[in-house]
Write a protein that binds this ligand. Structure first.
Ligand SMILES: C[S@@+](CC[C@H](N)C(=O)[O-])C[C@H]1O[C@@H](n2cnc3c(N)ncnc32)[C@H](O)[C@@H]1O
Length: 597
């Protein structure tokens, strides 16, 4: 039923014990005749052996001398599964596998690496992708299937680019919503029953195609005189938005760091060869800060998130008339929608209390009204329904994909100001053991993993953020075998852990008072935090520490015992730099710390 016609390459990226791969091979080729073992169907009371044999003969591909050799490849992340697959292959060998014309290669590989090199000829991919359990608990698999769809399309592009034919695919899943999340064309869908369980089998052929990306928004004004008549339109703000955008044009087109100038010499030596972006073609930035409270009366930050805009507005002081304050928010939203040319529902506004560290990570409240029946109930901490929310998207940054939630919390899941550090981490993580403390949604860990880290460990106290982190790994086709996500208090976890890491990333909150951990106040506790983390840093390792607190001062005593350099000017992106050097929200300071030699 897989539709594979016996040509060239048969690939199962998640082969488990090899059943699908080997049975497909056996059922399609004549090598496995007679059948390796009696099938259940042959024991049924009304089984018709003649009809069965006729069907087998009709669907079998005789492996004559003239036929091209077949290479079957199976990958799996689990050693145990792979051992079972090897045993099954041995069983099949008796019937001809392993001959020159039919070879089966099995290999342990992580999810995102589970693709063979693009080959000439025709490839067919068969798969029954892993379920939630193997990828981490009560998962929302939609994000994983989205990434799988992208990966399959990438593979098809590579194969066709290398002179091969359009690959075919067969995928089995119990959930039609997941199959749709692949966003791949298909020729046929069949409903089957595995006992009482319903499953779907989809087959299709993949042509070369660009993976669709959302173009980032560009502010522009068409007819300012006409717009001035609109009550809510603010010409000054509109002009400022356009001006800011124009000023950032070059940066937005080529956002990657062009050199390590500004990083300490020994750090540059330590990180070795980095493929700085100077000579490379770069992908334009699709998530950026457009406005940073440039006009005092419009005291907000505006970030562009691909096709959406996100306003963070500081609540007006109590002396300001609340009606006036509300009117101002409406003006900002209207002006922004006009200048960006988007409908109001693609603009999300958050109101932030001033200096309320405690509120930073609380749930913000759903943006949709109670009467909105199109929106499922919001259950914070559980990501099962998130893909159905109009304000949750998978957005990309330098080859990584992140789930951003522009509606439910005060922060979106991705701190845009940290993107240069994320870029660097991706560049320098190859074969490193990476520890990410206060990991939030795990964006730094994902970049490290994509950069080839030997392992990543992400530690955060919040069940919502550790779950989000697992989903971010899934959204990149990364498995959790090498990427550990730990829900724990950082201080307690470090006490009970003796592992050593090559790269440690610490971006703590300014303040945190959870029932599950002692209060954490960055100015008071950062010194002991860093000292303890340095015990986990191997001799040549690097620790990157950053913080968002405006008047933060790094303890001088640390400089006596370690080599410490501030690198804020290097890590802070251009769109977060303001005249005063301080950003309204999201600006940070950062340091690189290492052992004395
Ligand atoms: C500023 S965010 C980290 C941002 C993140 N590094 C990034 O760049 O995306 C702070 C995180 O610290 C976590 N947190 C607060 N107190 C903690 C504690 N005692 N132990 C572990 N995590 C904690 C919060 O749940 C939150 O996710």
């Amino acid at each position: 039923m897989t539709e594979w016609d016996g040509t060239n390459h048969l690939v199962d990226p998640f082969c488990g014990s090899g059943t699908l791969l080997l049975e497909t091979l056996a059922n399609v080729t004549t090598l496995a005749r007679p059948l390796p073992r009696e099938l259940l169907i042959q024991t049924w009371p009304h089984h018709n052996p003649k009809l069965f044999q006729d069907v087998l003969d009709e669907t079998s591909v005789p492996l004559t001398q003239a036929q091209t050799a077949i290479r079957a490849v199976g990958f799996d992340a689990s050693q145990t599964a792979l051992k079972a697959a090897q045993m099954n292959r041995d069983e099949f060998r008796t019937w001809g596998l392993g001959s020159d014309r039919l070879k089966v290669h099995l290999e342990r590989r992580d999810l995102c690496q589970a693709w063979p090199k693009a080959q000439k000829g025709r490839s067919w991919i068969v798969m029954n992708p892993p379920y939630g359990k193997r990828l981490g608990g009560g998962s929302n698999m939609v994000f994983f299937y989205e990434s799988l769809g992208r990966r399959l399309q990438d593979y098809a592009n590579e194969v066709i680019g290398a002179g091969g034919q359009s690959p075919g695919y067969t995928i089995i899943s119990s959930d039609i919503e997941l199959l749709d999340a692949l966003r791949l064309p298909y020729d046929k869908q069949v409903r089957l029953y595995n006992g009482a369980d319903q499953i779907f089998l989809r087959t299709g052929t993949l042509e070369a195609k660009d993976i669709p990306v959302r173009a980032p928004l560009k502010p522009h004004i068409e007819d300012i005189e006409k717009l001035k008549e609109q009550e809510l339109f603010v010409p000054d703000l509109a002009q400022r938005l356009v001006k800011n955008y124009k000023k950032m044009q070059a940066f937005l087109k080529k956002p990657e760091p062009k050199s390590g100038k500004g990083l300490p010499v020994d750090v540059l030596e330590q990180i070795g060869q980095v493929n700085w972006a100077a000579e490379r073609e770069q992908a334009p930035l699709r998530l950026y800060r457009l406005y940073n409270a440039d006009l005092p009366e419009y005291n907000c930050a505006i970030d562009v998130y691909e096709h959406c805009a996100y306003i963070q507005e500081y609540k007006a002081p109590s002396k300001v008339d609340p009606k006036k304050a509300a009117q101002r928010v409406k003006q900002i939203e209207f002006t922004l929608a006009t200048v960006l040319g988007i409908p109001a529902h693609r603009i999300l506004t958050k109101s932030r209390e001033r200096q309320q560290g405690k509120q930073q990570y609380k749930r913000f409240g759903a943006p949709h009204g109670k009467g909105d029946k199109n929106q499922p109930e919001v259950r914070p901490g559980h990501l099962e329904n998130w893909h159905r929310f109009k304000h949750v998207f998978t957005m990309s940054e330098w080859g990584a994909h992140f789930i951003v939630n522009l509606g439910d919390y005060i922060d979106t899941g991705l701190f845009l100001d940290h993107r240069r550090l994320r870029w660097l981490v991706q560049q320098i993580s190859q074969n490193k053991h990476v520890l990410n403390l206060f990991s939030y949604t795990g964006s730094l860990s994902v970049h490290a993993a994509l950069g080839g880290a030997a392992s990543t460990t992400s530690v955060d106290l919040s069940p919502r953020y550790t779950s989000w982190t697992e989903h971010n790994f899934m959204a990149n086709g990364l498995g959790l075998e090498k990427n550990q996500v730990v829900r724990a208090d950082v201080m307690k976890w470090m006490e009970g852990n003796s592992n050593q890491y090559d790269l440690i990333l610490i971006d703590p909150p300014t303040f945190s008072n959870s029932k599950k951990a002692d209060d954490f106040v960055i100015q008071d506790h950062h010194e002991s935090l860093i000292r303890q983390a340095m015990r986990h840093l191997q001799g040549q390792g690097l620790l990157f520490f950053s913080c968002n607190m405006k008047k933060f001062e790094l303890a001088d005593a640390l400089k006596n015992d370690f080599v410490v350099d501030e690198i804020s000017h290097w890590t802070q992106s251009q769109d977060f730099q303001t005249k005063t050097g301080q950003s309204l929200t999201g600006g940070h300071n950062s340091w690189v710390i290492r052992h004395k030699r």
